[in-house]
Design a protein around this ligand. Sequence first.
Ligand code: SF4
Length: 373
Amino acid sequence: MSGIYIHIPFCKKACTYCDFHFSTTFEKYRSEMVTAICSELIMRKETLQDQIIETIYFGGGTPSLLTEEELNIILSTIREKFEVSVDAEITLEANPDDIDVSKGEAWGRLGINRLSIGLQSFHSESLQWMNRAHTVEQSLACISIAQAAGINNISIDLIYGLPSMSDEVWREEIRTALQLGVQHFSAYCLTIEPNTVLSSWVKKEKIQPATNELQNQHFTILQEELTNAGFEHYEISNFALPSFVSKHNSSYWKGAHYLGVGPSAHSYDGKYRSWNIANNQRYIKGFEENIPAYEFELLTKENRFNEALLTGLRTKWGVSLVELEAIFPLTPLFYKQLEELKEQGWLEVRDEVMYLTNEGKSWADKIAQDLFV
Ligand code: SF4
């Protein structure tokens, strides 16, 4: 299974917490960006030669800012140059303020069959604090608008662990979201990333980050509410109704090959990982001059071992000890750490596969690091 990711580096506003690559001043060069993305798809088509494309994912940034024509140019290039499965999952990330019936219908015409909506919250203060471009009314209305346009595989993003967010407010957010009738949730704990507005607020002591206890408590509430509502917790931040697991994101966690195009996008072909320059002008220039700006690394056995742990432990599929051993021999130190994590109640092993317990899910990255080569 292979996938294509397209990074659209445009946003209306800069959210306070965001460290993705994007620009808010893109109108002058938006068509050059679409042309450069298509040039990259054509230039790198050999990367996924002889492979069927099962998933296409427009991420960003804000892909819902693209017009029907711009999306069509990119999708037509993909369909022309790659072998795309007839039932490929084609996802578009959209922000609530970009969703209207005519856009939804246009997305349907293009074959986009899944929306991932950056809704984040139903509270005005939280949306303003995060500098989101949409309102609570838009958060509440966007799902029914998308459904009216015929899209019935919808995921929403929510953010928890804001410093001022109480348990009650968070529980209410989830319950409001559940009433919207979506099939998938991605819920992220707010983190303070370097070079964001939030990190400057922390440095200036304008805000006090939430404690780990508060964030873990929110995570527990999230698990309770969504699993009680019939959602499967299939990855630390992701919950789905049966048969609505994101195929695209799951393929990353299962080590599938993918091609990422657009500024800052990453690719993986089983041996090499590469990443494009995170600079819009230099990205475009690179394709105009036929000298693409990217870097790559050959993954060592140690890299592949550690990545298998880091990604696999986050999922319901866990990490097979047999498959790990095939990458790099398991040492006595590894088994010692494994026993300690089991005794702590954070990890369990069934049929030679390691899984995080519900408690361990709060410490996924730390647990993986304890087991790294
Ligand atoms: S819309 Fe998304 S990508 Fe753009 S700044 Fe906000 S969080 Fe970042």
